[in-house]
Each structure stands twice: as structure tokens, then as C-alpha cells.
Design a protein around this ligand. Structure first.
Ligand code: 5AD
Ligand code: SF4
Length: 439
């Protein structure tokens, strides 16, 4: 028998921002009297918070919608919904499939309770209006992380960069910053609930600006308001990451020594076509500056192989940039044309799939070596690690990340999730630092 309280199940795809949004959605729905279903079988409302960044992400989700529809057909009274970037991109197209009842873009989550109510009465709902103001600043997210140690805090929404390959400005709208006071409040609240790490999230955190408070000032304020909390942030833009931000990191030990700095390509010609607004030389000079101010700072990146017109020489420029920087980690993709973007309108997607795949594999192989080399440089070093819980492979071991965002594992019976522990690196794999408790 189903309970009186209607329950909602949400599957989250895509970036950390989507995870944070799902937490906002559960908060809004909770206030309106909806419960959370852990499994589809218990749900009255089945939803996916979706991602449009690459075609294969969308295809996977479209497959899931088919499955949701099977549940929906089998159980009268159950409705399905699509949230997030695909809702915003595909709009009516999704509703017209007849397989979903609710289509809600990233700025319409406050309306979800009434949309669900209508849908449950058999009236399909769509709201894909984007807003210039909405930041959900006053909403207290329902945390969904498993360990209760590390939380995401969204500090801004949207993006004004308009990189030519990227769908995000179209799916998430114009950039807007959230009131810094509500961010500080949320960080303090997380600490009092036992969280020991927060990640400040935005598509481009360096352009955070709330009534004159910039990202460096925000970072300083949060770091000083909760000194026992580790602070991370993502994503930085090579064009905009300022010395003030780097100096703030360097002077606050609780700001983690890790910068995610997407490069996308190592070729100036391709960077220009991507509309990235920096050159290879500029990128390398920012890396030098980071290392000058914080020699122990890890740097990770995103890269796209096989963008429109990319030649072997352009590709070699990317490989040589990777080699030169020696990234500690990277997220690597091949180019996927997104309808409506500047690149889709202006440039043919002319690198064939075999070449894209081969170039991507070459970058991955190189990064695998660089990750291993980066980990080998840590042998014998000691790090303060925040315990996340038991390691996946061995229940006698704990796991947690060091400030550089590297996963560490070590044998330990004495500590628990949320503790800070000093460990010493004994050995490593490409993905993990194998440690002992430090003396
Ligand atoms: N094709 C492939 N990768 C993309 N990214 C963004 N748009 C595309 C696209 N059209 C990658 C970029 C970005 C990351 C989040 O996803 O590297 O930094
Ligand atoms: Fe995917 Fe980008 Fe939307 Fe995040 S913002 S869900 S990565 S399309």
C-alpha cells in the first residue's frame, strides 16, 4: 500500500552543480509535504535531473526516460519529470514524446510543488523560463551525500562566457551571483551539522560578484568564518583567476591546495575558435604563478580532443601542454557538437570519430603517466587527510582526500568519517596514494 505522503525519486546526472540543485529541489519539495523515495519502486514521482553537455550524456538519459515510462505505464498515478539542462534544451520536445509529465528548467524549481500537483491530476506541465535573479539563496538544501562530511554550496548560477562548443549558457542562462551572506550562513550551518569540507560551486567562480564582493573576498570571508572547515572551489577560468584569489588561498591554510583550471586545448588557433579568451602562453603563465605562490598546489584540467578543424599539429600542442604542465588529474573528452552553439552554427564538425577517439586515447595515456608521476612525487610526504569512511576495497582501511584532492587509503581502526588524520605516503597507484598513519 502506498502512504498518504507522496514520494519523489530523483536521479542526478552531470556536474556537481546538478547535485547541488537536486538538494535544493528536495528542500523545496520537502517544505511542500513531499517525501523522498530512495528507490523508484517507492516513488509517486520519478524524475531525472539531467545534463546536456555531450550527446552521449543525453542519449543515456533518453534511455532512462524510456525505463521511467515503463514504470509510469505499469503503475497508474505515477508521474515522471525531467529537470535541468535537457529540460531547458529540449523543452516541448520532451513533453511531446508523451513519456514525461513534467519538464522543468533549472530556474523553475520553486514551481515544482504546484507542477507536480497538476501533473498528478493528469495535466502535463512545462516551465523552462530562465531567470536573471534566481539563486535559490534562501533555500536550505537537503544534503544527499553519503558520508556527511563534504557538502556542495552553489555560489552562482549560469554562465556569460559563451565558449563556442558549450551548451551551458543556453541551458543555465545568464550569470548571477548569490548573496555572500547566505553563502557564509550555509557554510557555518554545514559545520554545525558535522560537515568538514565545502566546495563552492559556479561555472566560473572567478567572476563571482555580489554587490562589489568578488570571489577573493568571498573565499576569505568563508575561510575565516569557519576555520575548522576545508574549503574547495570549482570551476576557475584561466582568463579570470586572479592573483588576489591565489594570495587568499596561500594565506588561508583551510583553503585546499587544488585548482581545477580547464584548458580545453593547447593550440592557440583552436583556443581562439573555442572563444576561450586566453592563449597557451597565458595559461602556462598562470600555472607558473600558481606554483610560485603555492608550490604544493595541485592543478587539474578539462580537455576536448578533436574540436572543429583540429589538425595533428594542434593535437600535438595539447599533448605538449599536458607534458609541460604535468597535470595532477584531468577530465578528458572528445568534441560533441551541441545544437544551437556558436560552433555548431559556424564550424563543421569535421574531425572524424576515429581520429577523435585516437587523439583522446593518446591524451588519456599521457595523463595516466602524468598522474602516476604526480603521485610518485608524493612518496614519503605527509598530508592531513579528511576521513570520508571505509575504503571501498578493504574494510580495515579508511579513505579520504588530501588537500590536493588525491584519494588516500590507510589501515586505521581508530578514526571515523569527519576526522582529520595525518598520513604518510608509502606507495601509490595512478589513482591512489597508499599511506600509513603518520607517527
Ligand atoms: N563536447 C565535449 N566536451 C565538452 N565540454 C563542454 N562542452 C563540450 C562539448 N560540446 C567539456 C569541457 C568542459 C567540461 C565540463 O565538459 O571540457 O570544461
Ligand atoms: Fe551538464 Fe553543464 Fe548542465 Fe552541468 S551545467 S548538468 S555539466 S550541461
Amino acid at each position: 500500500m502506498r502512504s498518504i505522503m507522496k514520494k519523489v525519486y530523483i536521479e542526478t546526472y552531470g556536474c556537481q552543480m546538478n547535485v547541488a540543485d537536486t538538494e535544493v529541489v528536495f528542500s523545496i519539495l520537502g517544505k511542500a509535504g513531499y517525501g523522498r523515495a530512495e528507490q523508484i519502486a517507492d516513488a509517486d514521482v520519478i524524475m531525472a535531473n539531467t545534463c546536456s553537455i555531450r550527446d552521449n550524456a543525453e542519449q543515456r538519459i533518453l534511455g532512462r526516460i524510456e525505463q521511467f515510462n515503463i514504470w509510469r505505464k505499469a503503475r497508474p498515478g505515477v508521474v515522471t519529470g525531467i529537470l535541468g539542462c535537457m529540460a531547458e534544451r529540449l523543452k516541448d520536445e520532451l513533453l511531446n514524446t508523451g513519456k514525461v509529465d513534467i519538464v522543468a528548467g533549472p530556474d523553475s524549481y520553486r514551481r515544482l510543488p504546484s507542477m507536480i500537483e497538476e501533473a498528478l491530476c493528469g495535466r502535463p506541465q512545462i516551465d523552462v523560463l530562465l531567470s536573471r535573479e534566481e539563486t535559490y539563496a534562501d533555500i536550505d538544501p537537503v544534503r544527499m551525500d553519503k558520508n556527511g562530511v563534504s557538502a556542495f554550496i552553489s555560489i552562482m548560477r549560469g554562465c556569460n562566457n559563451v565558449c563556442s562548443y558549450c551548451v551551458v549558457p543556453y541551458t543555465r542562462g545568464a550569470e548571477r551571483s548569490r548573496d555572500w551572506k547566505s553563502i557564509v550562513r550555509e557554510a557555518c550551518d554545514c559545520f554545525s551539522r558535522g560537515y568538514r569540507e565545502v566546495t563552492l560551486l559556479g561555472q566560473n567562480v572567478d567572476s563571482y560578484n555580489y554587490e562589489g564582493t568578488d570571489f577573493a573576498a568571498l573565499l576569505k570571508t568563508v575561510a575565516e568564518a569557519v576555520p575548522g572547515m576545508r574549503i574547495r572551489f570549482s570551476t576557475s577560468n584561466p582568463q579570470d583567476i586572479s592573483d588576489e584569489v591565489l594570495l587568499t588561498m596561500a594565506s588561508h591554510p583551510n583553503v585546499c591546495r587544488h585548482i581545477h583550471l580547464p584548458v580545453q586545448s593547447g593550440s592557440d588557433r583552436i583556443l581562439e575558435k573555442m572563444r576561450r579568451r586566453y592563449t597557451r602562453e597565458w595559461y602556462l603563465s598562470r600555472v607558473d604563478r600558481i606554483r610560485e605562490l603555492m608550490p604544493d598546489c595541485a592543478i587539474s584540467t578539462d580537455v576536448i580532443a578533436g574540436f572543429c578543424s583540429e589538425t595533428e599539429e594542434d593535437h600535438r600542442d595539447t599533448l605538449s601542454l599536458f607534458e609541460k604542465v604535468g597535470f595532477d588529474a584531468a577530465y578528458m573528452f572528445y568534441y560533441s557538437e551541441r545544437p544551437g552553439t556558436l560552433a555548431a552554427r559556424k564550424y563543421p564538425d569535421d574531425v572524424d570519430i576515429a581520429t577523435k577517439t585516437r587523439r583522446l586515447e593518446e591524451i588519456i595515456a599521457l595523463q595516466n603517466r602524468l598522474s602516476l608521476e604526480s603521485n610518485r612525487r608524493d612518496l614519503g610526504k605527509e598530508f592531513m587527510v579528511l576521513v570520508e569512511g571505509p575504503s571501498k576495497k578493504n574494510p580495515d582501511e579508511l579513505c579520504g582526500r588530501n588537500p590536493q584532492n588525491k584519494m588516500c587509503v590507510w589501515a586505521d581502526k581508530a578514526h571515523k568519517a569527519g576526522d582529520f588524520v595525518r598520513v604518510k605516503v608509502r606507495d601509490c597507484t595512478q589513482a591512489t596514494l597508499l599511506c600509513d598513519l603518520a607517527e
